[in-house]
Design a protein around this ligand. Structure first.
Ligand code: PEP
Ligand code: MG
Length: 833
């Protein structure tokens, strides 16, 4: 493989470039640095000997490429070559490419196995991508209109694939396609052969979606560039794994439109979410945002203003995403991923950029014009499913517009329970609804497969969509009855209809209450063993849903939500207020507060400023907190203060060593001593536990058990660390399966160590919410399972159907299987699921 050497006057600069480059290829390329000089007073400079050593360290017959910053770096590099044996000199190339961009392009090409000439060509072309993004061609700002610059030095490779997902490349698979295509340097284009479309850019969510790809369609995907092979292989893997979708999870077809002739006062629509609601109507209209249009003198400032709004919108969507994934599950919440990609769509951004920069149009008008164009192109498609994606485009477009215009209230506040009447509800509007106030939804637009409908179903709000627009003329307060199962609504219903609906509502409510009531019973096996079922939560509103669903406590409060999406850390007072409020709702039930677990995939931009080559193995969780003792102590003080009079426990994330536990406990002791000194109340016997999510912690679980009061196993992280399979990398993500016997054996080892030391052990990874895993976890002896609030009733039910002997036998056999698939088959066979 071609080796790369970076020569710079500054060691910091060179190491930074090295870090960036290594991140691109996960350290897969021989890369050495020769930078700075051994002079503490004046460390800037270059040393030919250092350059020589760097070249020698990465030398092979494949050749070495040397990239330099400027001035004496070139001279040092030239001299270094003279130190090399004659035979080697010809294989070392000094390259004029820009240092940062050139290094990155070169390592990617080298990692892809290119020869030295191809690596040089890539490094020289490294500025093209940047220029394209900035719209700069030959020193001029130019408009880039959905076309790539040509990379004619690389042959274009093409593959053909057929889509087997039931709904084709709808929002989520399209998002996955675009995210994967964007990871590669190569230019990816895609065309729908079945529909005979043109090629479009594979890194544009809108262009890919507009191809109208449905089940059975054949696509041609082309890649041009140094890593074309890898890009096509990654895309092919997505198709092979059906984009990770389980088609059985799609909304049932029975909720489709039911056509029934309407009688007076009766409205017929689409049965979008089952259940009966009887309540006064309240009209809801997403605030109409004025779109001012004017000439701007300074278009660069205007462009930056738009970028700030887009950045804030991304943060809002991230927050909504985390909230929604707890409320309605990861799969449904993933629709917000498509919203995020929309905001990164290069074609859309280029079009807005052109309007602002070339036409001196203000950001609001430029943004809205382009969003309208995109929405219209979806509308003109024949495909009804894709037409429905207009709601997502409009939703995310409005979000940015609202931020640009400022001061537009976006949230709905209802004083009394009501049925919401609207033209349409955006997914963001729907996800923010409070099911205790919004008893039903009736809209004139929408369909059973719209995201709003999916969210309404998961929130349990009855909904009838697509009714006649006359409903919009009703006055607020008019009584309405709505049956989300038949897709009908009645305005001021006649007494006989009201009686019938009330009876149906009662039956529905009784059925729901029975399920709820069972959810409020303890989870006890057929032979009398109780397993505590707790909730994983991430906000104050989650705790209410958790308690309503029968949570016996909170097994994991992810405190990250308090720190993310802001520009400074929350104060002790802010945190105390939130922890206390959550504990109050729990009314004596245990609340396990996990200390800050940022880093990894959850960066904290106002503190962690240096990008990491491998964030999952980096500065995250407890490692980060121990390096920020003030920030950590502030959180611990807030937790301790909230513990006075409440059943609160502290949990430390990402523990790998006994030293970390002791260091964290020392800071906790300091916080306790400070509070005592200041006469501030706290629970002096507060329990301290740790997450077991790093393989090292499993290996030393016996030692760790002597240090703490409880364990909670985090199988989300543990699986990816045990299997060395990054769950965000589609090529290996399926390895990180918590049902793999390798992971299950780790769970067994942890439980045994905990019980031998006399402490209890829970499990709060997603595995706990999988009913197929319930017999195994019960059989392995877990004392507590902590799951998302919606899943509590089904997990309790699954526990109640088992006996301990049966579970122990299933677990023993699961540990002996060869694969996660075999484990699944085994449980299915033995429990007849
Ligand atoms: C886990 O890793 O299993 C876990 C529960 O923590 P998180 O998902 O927040 O990393
Ligand atoms: Mg974790």
């Amino acid at each position: 493989m071609v080796g790369i050497v970076i020569v710079s006057h500054s060691k910091l600069l060179a190491l930074g470039v090295q870090q960036l480059a290594v991140q691109m290829v996960q350290g897969n390329v021989p890369l050495a640095v020769a930078a700075g000089i051994e002079d503490a007073e004046n460390p800037l400079g270059t040393d030919p000997m250092q350059v020589y050593e760097a070249i020698a360290s990465v030398f092979s017959d494949d050749g070495v490429l040397v990239l330099m910053d400027l001035g004496s770096a070139l001279m040092s590099a030239e001299m270094a070559i003279e130190f090399l044996p004659e035979a080697q000199r010809k294989q070392v190339y000094l390259c004029e490419a820009p240092l940062v961009e050139g290094a990155i392009a070169a390592v990617v090409a080298a990692a892809a196995g290119k020869n030295i000439q191809q690596v040089i060509a890539e490094a020289r072309d490294a500025l093209v991508a940047k220029a394209t993004q900035l719209g700069i061609v030959s020193g001029q700002l130019s408009v880039v209109s959905g076309e790539f610059e040509s990379h004619s030095e690389y042959p274009t490779q093409e593959i053909r694939l057929t889509v087997s997902n039931r709904l084709g490349l709808h929002a989520r698979p399209a998002a996955l396609f675009v995210a994967t295509a964007s990871r590669f340097q190569s230019q990816i284009k895609v065309k729908n052969l079945t529909r005979n479309t043109e090629f479009v850019r594979g890194d544009s969510i809108n262009q890919v979606a507009i191809l109208g790809v449905r089940q059975g369609h054949e696509l041609a995907i082309s890649a041009t560039g140094a890593d074309a092979d890898e890009a096509l292989a990654a895309l092919q893997a997505l198709f092979a794994t059906n984009f990770g979708e389980d088609d059985t999870a799609l909304p049932p077809v029975t909720t489709q439109h039911q056509v029934t002739p309407a009688t007076p006062g009766e409205l017929s629509g689409i049965a979008a979410s089952p259940g009966v609601a009887i309540a006064p109507v309240v009209h809801y209209q997403s605030p109409i945002i004025p779109v001012p249009q004017y000439h701007v003198d300074n278009p660069e400032t205007e462009w930056r203003r738009l970028q700030t709004a887009i950045h804030t919108a991304q943060q809002e969507i991230q927050a909504l995403f985390s909230h929604a994934s707890i409320q309605i599950g990861d799969a449904e919440a993933a629709i917000f991923d498509a919203h995020l990609l929309f905001l990164e769509d290069p074609v859309l951004l280029e079009a807005v950029h052109e309007r602002i920069l070339d036409h001196h149009l203000n950001a609001e008008a430029a943004w809205q014009a382009v969003v309208d164009e995109v929405a219209n192109s979806y509308r003109t498609l024949e495909d009804s499913y894709l037409q429905e994606r207009v709601e997502d485009v409009v939703d995310v477009g409005q979000r940015v517009l609202r931020l640009l215009v400022g001061n537009v209230p976006s949230e709905l506040h209802l004083a009394e329970p009501a049925i919401l009447v609207a033209t349409d509800l955006t997914p963001s509007d729907t996800a923010a609804l409070d099911p205790t106030k919004v008893l039903g939804i009736c809209t004139t637009h929408g369909s059973a497969t719209s995201h709003s409908a999916i969210i309404a179903r998961t929130l349990g709000i009855p909904a009838v969509l697509g009714v006649d627009t006359d409903v919009l003329l009703l006055e607020d307060g008019t009584l309405m009855a709505l049956d989300g199962e038949s897709g009908k609504a009645w305005v001021e219903p006649e007494p006989d209809i009201l009686d019938l609906l009330e009876a149906k509502r009662e039956a529905w409510q009784t059925a729901t209450q029975e399920a709820q009531a069972a959810a409020h019973q303890p989870a006890i096996t057929r032979d009398g063993k109780q397993v505590r079922v707790f909730a994983n939560i991430g906000s104050i509103s989650d705790v209410q849903v958790a308690v309503a669903n029968g949570a016996e406590g909170v097994g994991l409060l992810r405190t990250e939500f308090l720190y993310l999406g802001r520009t400074n850390a929350p104060t002790e007072e802010e945190q105390y207020t939130v922890y206390q409020a959550i504990a109050q709702v729990l009314d004596g039930r245990p609340l396990i507060i996990r200390t800050l677990d940022v880093g990894g995939d959850k960066p904290l931009p106002y503190i962690v400023k240096v990008p990491e080559a491998n964030p999952f193995l980096g500065w995250r969780g407890i490692r980060f907190c121990l390096d920020h003792p003030d920030l950590f102590k502030t959180q611990l003080r807030a937790i301790l203060r909230a513990s006075a009079g409440h059943n609160i426990k502290v949990m430390l994330p990402m523990i790998a060593t006994v030293t970390e536990v002791r260091a964290a406990k020392a800071i906790l002791n300091e916080a306790q001593a400070e509070l005592k000194q200041a006469n501030i109340a706290f629970d002096k016997a507060i329990a301290v536990g740790i997450m077991i999510e790093v393989p090292a912690a499993v290996a030393i679980a016996d030692q760790l058990a002597g240090e703490v009061d409880f364990f909670s196993i985090g199988t989300n992280d543990l699986s990816q660390y045990v299997m060395a399979g990054d769950r965000t990398n589609p090529r290996v993500a399926s390895l990180a399966d918590a049902l793999h016997p390798a992971v299950l054996r780790m769970v067994q080892q942890t439980v045994q160590a905990a019980h031998a030391a006399g402490i209890w052990v829970g499990l709060c990874g997603e595995l706990a919410a999988d009913t197929l895993a319930t017999p195994i976890l019960l059989g392995l002896g877990l004392d507590e399972l902590s799951v998302n609030p919606q899943t509590i009733p089904v997990i309790k039910q699954a526990i109640a159907q088992l006996s301990v002997d049966e579970a122990v036998a299933i677990a023993a056999s699961a540990l002996q299987q060869d694969s996660a698939t075999q484990v699944r088959n085994l449980v299915q066979q033995l429990t007849h699921k």
